[in-house]
Design a protein around this ligand. Sequence first.
Ligand SMILES: NC(=O)c1ccc[n+]([C@@H]2O[C@H](COP(=O)([O-])OP(=O)(O)OC[C@H]3O[C@@H](n4cnc5c(N)ncnc54)[C@H](OP(=O)(O)O)[C@@H]3O)[C@@H](O)[C@H]2O)c1
Length: 251
Amino acid sequence: MSDSPEIHRLATLILLALGVVTMLALGFITAPYGRHTSERWGPTIPARLGWIIMESPAVLVFAWIYMQGQHRFELAPLALLGMWQFHYVQRTYVFPFRTRSDRRMPVLVCLLALLFQLLNAYVNARWISHWGDYGAWTGDWRLWLGAGLFFVGWGINFKADTMLIALRKPGEDGYKIPRGWLYEYVSCPNYLGEILEWLGWALATWSLPGLAFAFYTIANIGPRALDNHRWYRRTFADYPEQRRALIPFVL
Ligand SMILES: NC(=O)c1ccc[n+]([C@@H]2O[C@H](COP(=O)([O-])OP(=O)(O)OC[C@H]3O[C@@H](n4cnc5c(N)ncnc54)[C@H](OP(=O)(O)O)[C@@H]3O)[C@@H](O)[C@H]2O)c1
């Protein structure tokens, strides 16, 4: 692959800038998928297919770029690759088939997410396998603490999604108030888990690319947690008063 540290740095800065733009934009609009899906954003496709298409670069392109790197057979980069793929294989090829949702999503949402994941795959995969230096990293506490946080976040995200999915019996389509576990504290523990995961990734990689993606995740699903929370309050008159949106007791 013929790039340079300058090109990679520029791509990383663009990823960071996208985080800022996304956070500002989501202050005015609500991303139209899931419960907020809308026909006003042009043609739509089945959301299940949309998830597979838009997240696939995070699995396939990421792996391909990783394999071009000079450090691809070193232990720490391989461990980081494993963490990334552990998350994204589930998100791309398992999660869409676990949901009990036949909703559609705008092609535009799918396309924008796909472009984002192409950039994200380049920035993060190229860093861990080529431009970053993780030669002595297996003995560093940041890798282990970051990996620990990543897997705790993954567990929270997975369990929270599983509880939401289980709210519908096969064939049902509506929404219910989730109850129990972290749902007693926040409306969106799945987003909280996802944010912890990518903060763990940022720590484990100790890099600007890792930080850029963690920041983007916060910029993207932070506002969505607030939107979902407002939606729950609007939709259910008996929605629990004390429940926050994203961070227990705080937000
Ligand atoms: N890293 C990132 O930037 C990023 C961005 C977006 C999403 N994600 C992750 O992708 C996953 C899915 O995101 P999402 O925004 O689609 O999550 P979501 O709105 O919480 O929905 C998750 C699933 O549960 C269903 N569901 C949600 N609330 C429900 C309720 N009250 N009653 C019954 N069913 C309910 C949804 O059905 P419907 O689809 O029919 O609403 C969907 O199948 C999450 O784990 C999230 O963390 C990550």
